[in-house]
Design a protein around this ligand. Sequence first.
Ligand SMILES: CC(C)(COP(=O)(O)OP(=O)(O)OC[C@H]1O[C@@H](n2cnc3c(N)ncnc32)[C@H](O)[C@@H]1OP(=O)(O)O)[C@@H](O)C(=O)NCCC(=O)NCCS
Length: 203
Amino acid sequence: MTTPGRLPYPVTLSGDGITLREWRDDDLDELVAMLDEPDIARWTPMPSPFDTEAGIAYLKRARQGRVSGQRIQLVITTDGVKPLGEVLLFGVDAGLREAELGYLVSAQHRRRGLAAGALSLLSAYARSTLKLSRLLLRIDPGNTASTAVARRCGYRLTGEPPILQEGPYGPSSLDTWELVSVGGGSRMERLRNVASRRYGRRG
Ligand SMILES: CC(C)(COP(=O)(O)OP(=O)(O)OC[C@H]1O[C@@H](n2cnc3c(N)ncnc32)[C@H](O)[C@@H]1OP(=O)(O)O)[C@@H](O)C(=O)NCCC(=O)NCCS
């Protein structure tokens, strides 16, 4: 990190046809269109409906979190411009060298590998540049799409007890996943990924 305890800002990351960039104020309309969506309401803590007022507050909090160096919150694009999703890194524990990551993709742009590509890019950056050794995801086991992204990127379920929470859809729990290798980098990991794609999902 550039300043101890503070995450770098601004950040741009590119690879595999994806560019991650900072949010800008003129992204407001696209942000609202992207976040006002049932799956995002169901699986993330976003307010629903997500209106312009929520969008303005969201961009403001994002800017504050970036300037203060508490989180990394980047727009997923393929052209460096149009927002197609978001990937985040937050809850950094510098002592434990751990952090949590999260992601979402606009409904019109799902199933194109954007979440997996963005998570792989940010995970690799967190490991190599931020020197964070323990990268975590917290996922409701009912969120099939998100658990598929986690597996695809080399995250595996830990044995940690589920985190119980109350939400608008009633009580739910979040499993903890941990990165084993970035993008399934090792030979063994690549083989496991291929096998899991061919023979079905593994826990
Ligand atoms: C979860 C989410 C980000 C996935 O985004 P995406 O860009 O469609 O995901 P990708 O295209 O990168 O898919 C990666 C893998 O997940 C699989 N996948 C994606 N959506 C899936 C679904 N609905 N059901 C089953 N598998 C799915 C893909 O097939 C791919 O698997 P493979 O590479 O092993 O074949 C998106 O559905 C979303 O924004 N959901 C709402 C917000 C959310 O749940 N965020 C996560 C909170 S923990």
